[in-house]
Design a protein. Structure first.
Lengths: 295, 381
């Protein structure tokens, strides 16, 4: 007996008790998830019910709903939440409209070489810094920037869209486009050619095949992509600072200002739960559509 | 991922905010004498406030190794000084809008100016200014100061503006740039104190709710004219370079940078006067390197270091003897930064200080910084 080594004995014990083996495998990632991710969210939620002493800046740990009341009652915080959600929706629709024909071409029309080339081009911007790309747009859209230089060059008047919500819409749509193209491409590529042929054999023309066959089958990919574009826009606070003008603050900017400038962490926590709730609703909707099956 | 980062930030701030439990200014605990250095000194400073040019010689002279942590805002400075229960950092170069928060939070302790030989040569009004001293007790040692100025593009504007009213003038719609900072409300209040005396504003940092509303109304009228509420000095420099903005509220630093880059600009302290910053070195109430801290404060108060700092950052020293070394380093710089007429120049500046609920007369009818922050959010939308 004594000749059996410890690892050997351990391995035998685990073989006899498969549940133990499972627990040992799952425990580290589970502990990580619970501790780092869920615990952080729990602290966030709890802090949202505290308040801050205006004089000393110390946190007062008495339960209060005051922060949530302020968010609901104040027109400015309602407006900022709606602006953020509206922009996220606009960017998602824009990206879907641009990405669909592009992904369709890549998946069903382009040859292997062209497909790889296009894929590389789509993903190439992701290799450069997010900040560098936003700053580049700032220079393009500036008053004396590349856009107006080009417009004036062909005899058109200048566009004053630098530092505005238009600029934010353009930059967000550009930045998150690869996250829409990739899942959409995967979904479109999986549609069997035979289904399209069958649709044609049954007399459906191109447009009808697109609406009745391709679109329903690619919907999970579309929704998966929209989760990325929607949530990434919803949580962003850098683009509004860099390319936004007056009246461009997002939920994230208010959170940042309350943590970093006003030192009102409880209010920031309460406001940060707004995008959390919005995303939960969005994900519940996406699950119903079946988006998670193709992720 | 981004959400996780944000949650992490919130958690860190929670830890930072759970600092001292008392909420009163610290009592004096002056050292009897300044002994040998402890070998190290941890400081929180504005970027550019602890350059090797003058920190290296200090390290060689005293053996105090300076570990510096740069902060980007007054609020970050307050959070850092409270982090880990205080005592992680020995010194902070706090601006006037952070000093009172640090004093009333009990985060900093009184400084004995006996150990600062150059203190006698300080500009008289900055020896014990209300933003860093309480009842003659020095919680901060004044360092350098400067005004917030009206900046404009001389090629785009025919006539030089002389009043802050230019920033509220519809003629410049879409061409104005102002700082994205709640303390900007004080600029509007200062302007109103001169143009609408019936509001009764005497101190732009002590506003009753009605006065705060009046300032907010003025700034809400300005919002449609604003091209950009800038967050960083470099943002405004870019706005002026690219022609997006031709007039704005700025610091002399931007004027210098833009002139160096060849953009035709000029700045002025308008007739209504200006707000400004006055920075102070403050000593943590839980410092573990008091000797090195006192040695450092004495060192940076000397004329030579004050001059180096002033020219590097573009501001005015508090030590009146710094004039000669300034001119030696850069001809005419003493007059350029008005150190030769400091007493008069100083009177034209209303220095940043933290708005508190308690007014100077003791009544609790003023609005606090939290109120200002909320108003600012409403103003910029």
């Amino acid at each position: 007996m004594s000749s059996i080594t410890l690892p050997r004995r351990l391995s035998t014990a685990l073989w006899r008790a498969p549940r133990l083996a499972l627990a040992a495998t799952l425990l580290p990632p589970l502990a990580w998830f619970l501790l780092i991710y869920l615990a952080a969210l729990a602290v966030l939620f709890i802090a949202a019910f505290w308040s801050v002493d205006a004089f000393t800046g110390e946190i007062d740990r008495t339960w209060t709903l005051e922060n949530f009341a302020r968010i609901v009652q104040s027109p400015i915080y309602r407006a900022i939440a709606l602006r953020t959600i509206g922009m996220a929706a606009a960017v998602t629709v824009t990206d879907a409209l641009i990405a669909f024909p592009f992904a369709f071409f890549m998946a069903r029309v382009a040859g292997p070489t062209l497909r790889v080339t296009l894929f590389t081009l789509v993903l190439l911007p992701l290799w450069s810094s997010y900040l560098a790309r936003v700053y580049a747009w700032r220079l393009i859209l500036a008053h004396d920037g590349a856009l107006n230089w080009a417009l004036n060059g062909v005899g058109l008047p200048s566009l004053e869209i630098g530092y505005s919500r238009w600029a934010m819409w353009i930059v967000f749509s550009y930045i998150w486009l690869p996250f829409m193209i990739t899942p959409l491409f995967a979904a479109l590529e999986r549609i069997p050619q035979s289904l399209l042929e069958a649709s044609g054999d049954l007399g459906a023309r191109g447009w009808r095949t697109l609406v009745r066959v391709i679109l329903p089958l690619s919907l999970p990919g579309l929704v998966a992509g929209s989760i990325f574009t929607f949530s990434l826009t919803l949580g962003d606070y850098i683009t509004p600072v860099l390319v936004g003008g007056p009246g461009s603050d997002f939920i994230g900017n208010v959170v940042y200002a309350n943590v970093g400038i006003a030192n009102n962490v409880p209010f920031a926590a309460a406001y940060a739960s707004v995008p959390l709730v919005v995303m939960m609703l969005y994900l519940a909707l996406a699950k119903r559509i079946g988006a998670f099956e193709s992720m | 991922m981004k959400r996780m980062v944000r949650v992490g930030t919130v958690m860190l701030s929670l830890v930072a905010a759970a600092g001292p439990l008392w909420a009163a200014p610290a009592e004096p605990a002056y050292p009897k004498e300044i002994g040998k250095g402890e070998g190290a000194l941890n400081i929180v400073a504005w970027e550019g406030y602890a350059q090797d040019d003058w920190v290296k010689p200090f390290e060689a002279e005293t053996g105090c190794q300076v570990n510096k942590k740069y902060a980007g805002s007054s609020d970050e400075m307050v959070a850092l000084m409270r982090s880990g229960g205080g005592g992680e950092y020995d010194l902070v170069s706090a601006s006037g809008d952070a000093t009172l928060r640090l004093i009333y939070g009990g985060d900093v302790q009184p400084i004995d100016t006996r150990f600062i030989p150059d203190f006698a040569d300080f500009v008289e009004d900055l020896k014990a200014p209300p933003h860093n001293s309480l009842k003659g007790v020095h919680y901060g040692l004044s360092y350098e100061w400067g005004p917030n100025v009206l900046l404009w593009n001389t090629a785009k504007l025919k006539a030089a503006p002389t009043s802050w009213s230019a920033l509220y003038d519809p003629a410049y719609k879409g061409l104005v740039s102002v700082p994205d900072n709640p303390i900007q409300i004080a600029d509007a209040a200062l302007y109103l104190s001169k143009t609408k005396p019936d509001l009764g504003i005497t101190d732009p940092y002590e506003l009753t709710p009605a006065q705060l509303d009046a300032a907010a109304a003025l700034l809400k009228g300005q919002q449609p004219l604003v091209k950009k509420y800038w967050a960083l000095a470099s943002d405004q420099v870019e706005l002026f370079k690219n022609g997006d903005s031709v007039i704005g509220a700025a610091w002399p630093y931007m004027t210098n940078t833009l002139k160096d880059a060849g953009t035709p600009v000029a700045d002025t302290v308008p007739t209504e006067g200006a707000t400004g910053w006055a920075d102070s070195w403050m000593l943590s109430s839980k410092t573990s390197h008091p000797n090195c801290a006192y040695k450092f404060m004495a060192y940076v108060s000397t004329p030579k270091v004050q001059a180096q700092q002033a020219i590097y950052f573009g501001e005015t020293p508090v030590n009146t003897k710094a004039c000669a070394p300034m001119d030696a380093q850069q001809a005419g710089s003493c007059a350029k930064y008005h150190l030769d007429d400091a007493a008069t120049y100083l009177k034209s500046i209303r220095f940043w200080k933290t708005p508190l609920q308690q007014c100077a007369d003791g009544s609790k009818t003023c609005t606090s910084y939290t109120d200002w922050q909320q108003k600012w959010q409403e103003i910029k939308g």
